[in-house]
Design a protein around this ligand. Sequence first.
Ligand code: PEP
Length: 252
Amino acid sequence: MRIPFLAGNWKMHNTVCEALNLVQDLIISTNDVKDREVVVCPTFTALQAVSKLIEGTHIRLGAQNMYCAEKGAFTGEISPPMLKELCCRYVILGHSERRNVFGEDDELINKKIKMALDWGLHPILCVGESLKQREAGETKDWVKGQVEKDLHQLTPSEIEKMVIAYEPIWAIGTGKTDTAQGANDTIGMVRNLIADNSSYEVAQKVRILYGGSVKPGNVDGFMAQKEIDGALVGGAALKADSFARIVKYEEI
Ligand code: PEP
């Protein structure tokens, strides 16, 4: 039984003060949620303050990125122990904005995943195809290739600690979404791939999310799908009421 996972990726939004207001509202509006994991991923600058505020609550903390070294001459970067010190449980890795704006490739993402796991962090690995790949019918091959490269040489016990988010790039921040059935198919393919490369048991434990313009109005449809274990939410996670409605999706 996989616990549903609803995570907010705040991207480069919210000052510390704004972050605290948002989380405070979220604590109140979701405090009756028992059977779901609720995660917020603020900017680095807000992690410490948010970490303190959510202590003892049901909300969990994730970072949006990290570098694959413990310390050293890496100007502008943040290390896994720095995230652990702030009680981060999760770290988003391989988001399409990191891949496309900052040029991160699968080799680097694989190194980051291994390093995060070594430090006891759970990666939220993002994968997904471009519109061009979608239109060329290459979605599944592309996503399969990304998952294989990003999880290269991970042990089964490491893979089961992962969360994977299938996020079609053309759906991120656009208001367009995959269909619930289409997302379910691609996610089912990822789960089968993990079963083939690792084991059925491991594949049954990994939570695989859909991301890409998830909103209060469409979350129920995605969450009704058998293979979809949750959502990674950008824009709609920036308002407490809309993220709370997503967290409280209704079983249909
Ligand atoms: C994201 O940034 O991971 C995302 C899915 O954004 P949005 O929900 O705004 O499409």
